[in-house]
Design a protein around this ligand. Structure first.
Ligand code: PXG
Length: 286
């Protein structure tokens, strides 16, 4: 059976799921998105994802043509109609089709697209052995240009950073903000462990406020770990005892090397492994 894609309230076979080439989402990257997971048929942190989507839309003056409750219902029914239980949902809201020219007033009919499928970001063995990362020269968006808290359809600088990483033989790249401080990786937030405490860049480091990041902070605090959100620099990563990344697609993945320096003893650390295990448990329990 072909995958069914939701567009504007209707379901289409994957091959027939199309939007206009005049859509400003395509012409200008004018739109917002979310990446959401479902475990055992239940969406993980649905309300947080829907809230962030509407916040991103508001920030770009985009009115989503349905309520949050209707959006949550559309996400659930798209997963269900495809008979998926563990799923990755890619939700996109575009500005809609219009005439050529930047002005959003030339568009009408924002498109809500929901793809329920699966995703595998990194090879499974890297969850055991850990990722190597390098710092990219391409920096994260300047908050005064496009605030990184907006999950917009403009991911080109993250894509350029990702290419820098893969060109250097690493599957992920570390992005700095315009001040040279640690921001995040191209689609994941970053954490380090030092002396048994957890540290992660604060929101004002110019990052996306990751929902997996929030979940991991809660899990860490619930087991008595000290978690500090702060300004961090590369020295903090190089000298960390442990490091890991979080994201909806990546979940929790250890990092064992940064810029050719082994992190800790160069293998995934015990706190990272524990948090990874607990995250999987909590995600599956709902
Ligand atoms: N930072 C950035 C820049 C992201 O895009 C995260 C952190 C992690 O946030 P969450 O809320 O997922 O814990 C993201 C997540 C996709 C896709 O194609 C989306 C992301 C990452 C990778 C792929 O759907 N966004």
């Amino acid at each position: 059976m072909s995958l069914k894609i939701y567009i504007g309230g209707k379901l289409y076979d994957k091959a027939d799921a199309k939007i206009s080439v005049y859509d400003h989402g395509l012409l200008y990257g004018d739109g917002v998105f979310e990446g959401i997971r479902a475990y055992a048929g239940k969406v993980f942190r649905m309300a947080d994802h829907v809230d962030r989507l509407y916040d991103s839309a508001k920030a770009i003056h985009l009115v989503i043509p349905m309520s949050k409750a209707e959006m949550a219902e559309a996400i659930n029914s798209t997963i269900k109609v495809n008979n998926l239980s563990d799923a990755y949902v890619r939700l996109v809201v575009t500005r809609g089709a219009g005439s050529l020219g930047l002005d959003p007033r030339r568009t009408s009919d924002p498109q809500v697209i929901i793809i329920a499928d699966s995703i595998s970001l990194y090879p499974a063995e890297l969850y055991e052995t850990g990722l190597k990362i390098v710092t990219a020269g391409t920096m994260r968006n300047h908050p005064g240009a496009l605030n990184p808290r907006i999950k917009s359809l403009n991911y080109l600088n993250n894509i350029l950073a990702k290419i820098e990483g893969t060109n250097a033989g690493c599957l992920e790249a570390l992005m700095l903000n315009h001040k040279g401080e640690i921001a995040e990786c191209t689609g994941d937030n970053i954490f380090i462990i030092k002396h048994g405490e957890v540290h992660t860049p604060s929101i004002d480091s110019g990052i996306l406020e990751g929902i997996t990041r929030d979940a991991v902070i809660e899990i860490a605090r619930s087991i008595g770990l000290q978690v500090t959100e702060r300004i961090m620099d590369r020295h903090d990563v190089y000298t960390a005892d442990e490091c890991f990344l979080t994201g909806t697609a990546a979940e929790v993945i250890p990092v064992v090397e940064c810029d050719a320096r082994p992190i800790g003893d160069g293998t995934p650390g015990p706190i990272t492994k524990d948090l990874l295990k607990r995250f999987h448990q909590i995600a599956r329990e709902g």
